[in-house]
Structure formats: C-alpha cells, structure tokens
Design a protein around this ligand. Structure first.
Ligand SMILES: NC(=O)c1ccc[n+]([C@@H]2O[C@H](COP(=O)([O-])OP(=O)(O)OC[C@H]3O[C@@H](n4cnc5c(N)ncnc54)[C@H](O)[C@@H]3O)[C@@H](O)[C@H]2O)c1
Length: 337
C-alpha cells in the first residue's frame, strides 16, 4: 500500500466485476479489503482463481464473509475503518431469481442494508454500489436514460436493484451519505461469468451443443467490455465533482442483436453454433441501450472496445485456461442435475 492512499472496502471481490475493480484499485496503490462469500451460484473454483491473483498483492486483505451476517459486516468496518465502500456483491441473474427468490432477499436486500448502515455509522466518504440496466424493466423508450421512470421491474432481481437505489436515496437524505449507483449493462470479458450468454454460448459452440436463442433472436443487448467499465467504477469512487446522490448508466451505447453477437463468436471460435430458436423468457427484457451522457460528463467515461475486439479477448482468455474452464463446466453440469 502506498502511504496516504485510501482503504476501500470492496464487496464481491471474487466476482467478475469486483475482481477487475480490485486489480485496478491495487494498481493505484490503494489498500483493498476484499469481501466475498464464495456462494455456489456458479463455480467457486473460478472465484477462488480470481482471488488467488488478488491475494498475491500485499495490499489486498481477503475476508470471506456473507454480507447477510450483520455482526460480521460490523466487525469488518470496526477492523479496517474504510474510507470508501465499493459494493459489487449481489445475487446476480434474472432467470435464477424466478426459482430462488430468497437468495436475492438475503444478498441484495439484507446484505445491502447491513453494508450501507455501517457505511453511514462510520461514516465513509462515499458509498458506490452496483445497480443494473434491468431496473428499466418494461421501458420501451431508447436509449435508457437515468431520468426515465423505473417503476416496472420485470424480475425480482430488477426489483431488488431498484430497491437498492431507493435505500441509497433514503440514506443520502437522512444521513448525508454520498451514494453513487452504477447501472451496468451486460458486462463481458476475460474472467467473466459462466451464467451469462457470452460464456455459455462459447462453451456450447466449443462442445458442439445447441444454444438456446430466446425471443427468436430478436433481443438486443448493450454489451459493455470490462476494461471500459472498470475506469468508470474508479471514477465513481474518486472523482471530486459528484452530487450527494447519483445514479449513472455505464453501458456501451451500441446495442447488438443477439444473432449478430453469436455470428461474431462463431467467427472467433472458428465453428458454427447449433441454434435453437425459442420464445422470450419470463423476466427478460427485449433490448437494453444506455444513454451515457451523464457518465461521459460526470465520470469521463468513454467505452472504446468494439464487440469483436472484446469478444476476441474473452475467447483468448477462455482457450488459455482449459482446466479452469472445464472445472466451471463440470460444476455447472453437476449443479443442474
Ligand atoms: N455482469 C453484468 O453484466 C452486470 C450487469 C448489471 C449489474 N451487475 C451487477 O454488478 C455486480 C457485480 O456483478 P458480477 O457480474 O461481477 O457478478 P458475480 O456474481 O461474478 O459477482 C458477485 C460476487 O458477489 C458475491 N456475493 C454474492 N452475495 C454475497 C453475499 N451475501 N456476501 C458476500 N458476497 C456475496 C459472489 O460470491 C460473487 O463473487 C452485481 O451487483 C450485479 O448485480 C452486473
């Protein structure tokens, strides 16, 4: 740790975005208190492999903890007195929330409350947290702007993310805690998430298995590359000129049709996908498309990575980690049995 550098309590540090944010924070010389509970939503081997990289840095302090454990959260704040909180942990996934609603109550509601309550009691200088494009729910106006109404979540996951934004509002209003909610739009890249389409599609292509294309291929997603997102998260932590309550989209501003996305993957993998065209899934939205004017002005955010380049990096990472990728696949298959 470099002297006078802040201590950041970072949750979800073994997760996809949290891991990349932790790495970038450590590169600035900051001390990072990394929390994660290694839950088996997807392979904990992947989470451990990410953590192993972070643990090689002396300024990374790992703490295995479930955020729903209120006393454990209190103790972490007591032990480390963080300057800033970067809350990236959550029970993610739209489809999973249809079958496992209580996982969302525990991580996204109880966990969020435990954390923001300690953040205001200490108090920390700023509380940055992950929200999601899913809060736009049934909205049809494109691109999605932070000023659009967000009262129609179409999944419990989305409802908990919107609830986080409202909880943050009340904490800013009541206690003057500065909060910044970042609405992420389908983030992808190396060390990514096996439950997301870019990973499961590539896996299916590699194993000559069919891929399910929902809504008959008419969904569009604003795929955003991880190395574009990470500086946006760091700016949300460190930029001076932010209001006391901020909600900011971090998207690519270039939605891509899922079939075009599959075509790009096919070219990179050098194999054709076996596509199974299916109707829309409950909870899914048809399109996501971020208005990023606020992110540009407030955070200097500028996505630079074209989808074909970002996917090339992902495919390169995937093929360079055959053992890990196999462990993730085997875990996924056994947890589906
Ligand atoms: N990746 C995306 O495209 C995307 C899009 C929109 C929003 N988000 C949000 O961004 C954040 C990071 O997402 P990600 O893609 O890195 O997901 P991820 O699942 O890879 O990471 C989340 C991490 O949080 C941990 N976690 C979950 N519940 C916990 C708890 N109760 N206590 C401690 N740790 C817990 C998990 O073990 C995991 O390592 C999440 O809040 C997610 O909802 C992500």
């Amino acid at each position: 740790m470099v002297e006078n550098m802040p201590t950041i309590l970072l949750t979800g540090s073994a997760g996809f975005i949290g891991f990349h944010v932790a790495k970038a924070l450590l590169e600035t010389g900051a001390r990072v208190i990394g929390i994660d509970d290694f839950n088996p939503y997807y392979s904990p081997d992947l989470k451990r492999a990410r953590w192993e990289i972070l643990c090689a840095n002396d300024s990374f302090v790992p703490r295995e903890l479930d955020l729903a454990d209120r006393h454990g959260v209190e103790k972490s704040f007591r032990d480390f007195s963080p300057d800033l909180v970067c809350h990236m942990a959550a029970q993610a996934g739209v489809r999973y929330s249809l079958r496992n609603p209580y996982a969302y109550q525990r991580s996204n509601l109880e966990g969020f409350l435990n954390l923001i309550e300690q953040a205001r009691l200490l108090p920390v200088k700023r509380f940055v947290y992950a929200s999601s494009s899913s809060v736009y729910g049934g909205n049809t106006k494109m691109p999605y702007s932070e000023t659009d109404p967000v009262n129609t979540p179409v999944s419990l996951y989305a409802a908990t993310k919107r609830a986080n934004e409202l909880m943050a509002y009340s904490y800013t209003h009541l206690w003057g805690l500065q909060t910044v909610g970042l609405r992420f739009f389908t983030v992808y890249g190396p060390w990514g998430r096996p439950d997301m389409a870019y990973w499961s599609f590539l896996e299916a292509i590699m194993h000559q298995e069919p891929i399910n294309i929902f809504n008959y291929g008419n969904n569009r997603r604003d795929f955003t590359y991880i190395d574009d997102v990470t500086p946006g998260v760091l700016a949300a932590l460190f930029t001076d000129a932010l209001g006391s309550y901020e909600i900011i989209n971090l998207g690519n501003h270039q939605p891509v049709n899922v079939l075009d996305f599959v075509k790009t993957l096919e070219v990179l993998a050098g194999r054709e996908a076996m596509k199974k065209m299916l109707p829309a899934q409950p909870g899914d939205v048809v399109a996501t498309y971020a208005d990023i004017a606020a992110a540009r002005t407030k955070l200097g955010f500028e996505p630079k990575t074209a989808l074909k380049d970002g996917l090339r990096h992902f495919v390169g990472w995937y093929t360079a980690h055959p053992e890990l990728v196999l462990a993730v696949r085997n875990f996924g298959r056994s947890s589906r049995d």
